[in-house]
Design a protein around this ligand. Structure first.
Ligand code: A3P
Length: 324
């Protein structure tokens, strides 16, 4: 029985009941909605978002595959955009708030009943540029986001590490709620079938990639590994893309380095604001900071799993320009 479905209004419930349903990643029911897999509660939020959200040209949307570096990219985007407001690093909001408290998700925080701490967010009067987060695939974003001049920064990550990060995250949440955890093997099969939140991952990546090629000024397509390799280059690239490039003076004053350090894994993980406290009752803030490394999958996946996922990546993404 899908507990989430019980809490949903009649009209939406009927729609959900008409959709293909599978038991997927993290012991959850998933429905195939608008070409991707998601949960009942999310469908309700996504429909509300699609019907109501009005984008402004100045908006910035951080779009991601879950566990691909959302927290990091939200922090970087917030720090880059607001660098003139918080030039002193002593009073920076990222020192006292988790990035998810500063950059709300459409589907998880704004258009939902379980709104974490954003219940009273006044969308019309938010300070501009407004920054939002989302895991929703490109084709299912609200029409006004696609049609306005607002900007989207997208990040994905190699599927091996994304899977391992996701599996650890979901199991911590399950343990926290005294729910059964799922085995690595079971969840791996679901992941490979695309049966996880906003899966399959390859369609998610390809949707944003296609649009970033068609409209490079609208969508910036990034990979976690590239940011890890050269964060300085990417911080500058993000600022240029957002129309707020760093000046020579800022560069020589160390503004870029300050942002990089403020948003670094080590710095963020060590902050009290990220070590304790809970988002939305079940997400301990510390769960968003695990290892922050490339290649931790080696400690989890068997050779046959690596072989299987490699083949899927090859089959689905070869020729697209996305490689890991
Ligand atoms: P690991 O589980 O591999 O450590 P998301 O933010 O999309 O939920 O992704 C979480 C992943 O990003 C986790 O990966 C987490 O440790 C890592 N992460 C969080 N903050 C980071 C940061 N500032 N820099 C680099 N990686 C970070």
């Amino acid at each position: 029985k899908d507990e989430q479905l019980e809490a949903i209004g009649e009209e939406c419930k009927n729609l959900i009941l008409s959709l293909p349903k599978e038991y997927g990643f993290g012991n959850q029911y998933f429905y195939f909605f608008q070409g991707f897999w998601t949960t009942a509660a999310q469908i309700q939020s996504i429909i509300s978002f699609q019907n109501h959200f009005q984008a402004k040209d100045s908006d910035v949307v951080v779009a991601t595959v879950p566990k691909s570096g959302t927290t990091w990219l939200k922090a970087l985007t917030f720090a880059i955009i607001n660098r003139h407001h918080f030039s002193s690093l002593h009073n920076h909001p990222l020192l006292t708030s988790n990035p998810h408290e500063l950059v709300p998700f459409f589907e998880l925080n704004i258009y939902t009943d379980i709104s974490w701490q954003f219940a009273k967010l006044d969308l019309l009067n938010m300070i501009e540029p407004r920054i939002f987060g989302t895991h929703i695939p490109f084709h299912s974003l609200a029409k006004s986001i696609k049609e306005s001049n607002c900007k989207i920064i997208y990040i994905c990550r190699n599927p091996f590490d994304t899977f391992v990060s996701y599996w650890n995250f979901m199991n911590k949440i399950a343990l926290n709620q005294s729910l059964p955890t799922s085995t690595l093997e079971d969840d791996f099969e679901k992941y490979c079938e695309g049966l996880c939140h906003v899966g399959p991952f390859w369609d998610h990546m390809l949707g944003y990639l296609k649009e970033s090629k068609a409209r490079p000024n609208k969508i910036l397509f990034l990979k976690y590994e590239d940011l890890k390799e050269d964060i300085n280059f990417h911080v500058k690239r993000i600022a240029e893309f957002l129309g707020c490039p760093f000046t020579q003076e800022e560069e020589s004053n160390g503004v870029i380095e300050n942002i990089i350090n403020l948003c670094s894994f080590e710095k963020m993980k060590g902050l009290e604001a990220n070590k304790s406290g809970v988002l939305g009752k079940i997400y301990d803030k510390k769960y968003f900071f695990r290892k922050g490394e490339i290649g931790d999958w080696i400690n989890y996946l068997s050779p046959s799993m690596v072989d299987k996922l490699s083949k899927i990546i090859e089959e689905k993404l070869s020729g697209s320009g996305i490689s890991f």
